[in-house]
Ligand binder design. Structure first.
Ligand code: CP
Length: 329
């Protein structure tokens, strides 16, 4: 699937969307930014719709921003507290989904430790849209859309142009460097695919044991000289070591990873003043990023979190629309 529009569709992977489809999400999100600045942060676009929020794995940003996004669109939110649900009594994912669907839902936002779980759920539900909020080491498509949106806005500001209605042109040709644990990172997979679709030049660097053997299938290239790449990049994307997925077993120690690939003040000084640094969060200060660099003015981590709401509003709005519906209709 490589659709030109998310309207009426699931979002399981960045590969569900063409470049036109990615640009559509960014443009709709621009129209929702203004809602977050209002005193009454609510529009009736999804009034009467029900969004189920099912997080089988820990989350701060993704869960809060999807739920906030659904509420800003006036949808009702069913939030399953997995730790105190019947999942703990042994209920399967399929039975859990069928139970929730019986309550009458329009969309499921799913985070799960198993890669492919949202694809399975999409095959089980009768009519609800399925949104992947991060599945195992596979993908985190809404995070990649946030990152594109945030970087597009930052590049527009630096160039003194409007990001709105700019499509993907500001990202075309941008040099994106993704650093760290690529193998276990669903954000890295979605970012590589999304930046490459947007026409950026994507390079990845990290310990050999934490790089996929062929990043070409994601539209990226391997790089091997960190300092040269930092000086050349327009966008430096940092990733957390995915310790819960065993990343630590692939490097001699976190200290060594940090010494070889962590971005500290010395390495940050190599990054151009007009370049940007991103991190999907949560950051682990002192491992992939020093505390000073985490607070560097080029670091966009806070903007990424803020942009999570309009991007996820756009995703829910489009996925729950039918062709021909007008925005805010
Ligand atoms: N970036 C991200 O997915 O963060 P959370 O795990 O807090 O949702």
């Amino acid at each position: 699937m490589n659709a030109d529009s998310l309207v009426g569709r699931n979002l399981l992977s960045i590969n569900d969307l063409s470049a036109t489809g990615l640009a559509e999400v960014l443009e709709v999100a621009e129209s929702f930014v203004e809602v977050s600045g209002r005193s009454v942060k609510k529009i009736p676009a999804l009034k009467g719709k029900v969004v189920a929020s099912l997080f089988f794995e820990e989350s701060t940003r993704t869960r809060l921003s999807f739920e906030t996004a659904a509420k800003r669109l006036s949808a009702d939110v069913l939030s399953l507290a997995v730790a105190s649900s019947s999942v703990k009594k042994g209920e399967s994912l399929k039975d859990t989904i069928e139970t929730i669907e019986s309550l009458g839902i329009d969309a499921v936002v799913l985070r799960h430790r198993s890669s492919g779980a949202p694809h399975q759920v999409a095959g089980w539900v009768k009519g609800a849209r399925v949104i992947n909020a991060g599945d195992g080491t596979h993908e985190h498509p809404s995070q990649a859309l946030i990152d594109l949106f945030t970087v597009r806005r930052a590049l527009a500001e630096r160039q003194g142009v409007e990001s709105r209605d700019s499509g993907l042109s500001l990202l075309k040709g941008a040099k994106v460097l993704i650093i760290g644990d690529i193998n276990h990172s669903r954000v890295a997979r979605s970012e590589m695919l999304a930046y490459a679709k947007a026409g950026a030049q994507v390079r990845v660097i990290g310990p050999g044991t934490l790089l996929p053997s062929d990043v070409g299938i994601f539209g990226a290239q391997r790089a091997d000289d960190l300092e040269k790449e930092l000086a050349n990049a327009d966008v430096v994307s940092l990733l957390r070591m995915q310790e819960e997925r065993g990343s630590g077993d692939f490097v001699p120690s976190l200290h060594e990873f940090s010494a070889l690939y962590g971005i500290d003040e010395r390495r940050a000084a190599l990054i151009r003043p007009d370049a940007v640094i991103t991190h999907p969060g949560p950051m682990v200060r002192g491992v992939e990023v020093s505390s000073a660099v985490a607070d560097d003015p080029r670091m966009l981590v806070r903007q990424q979190v803020a942009n999570g709401v309009p991007i996820r509003m756009a995703i829910l709005f489009l996925a729950l629309s039918t062709p021909g519906e007008s925005l805010h209709g």
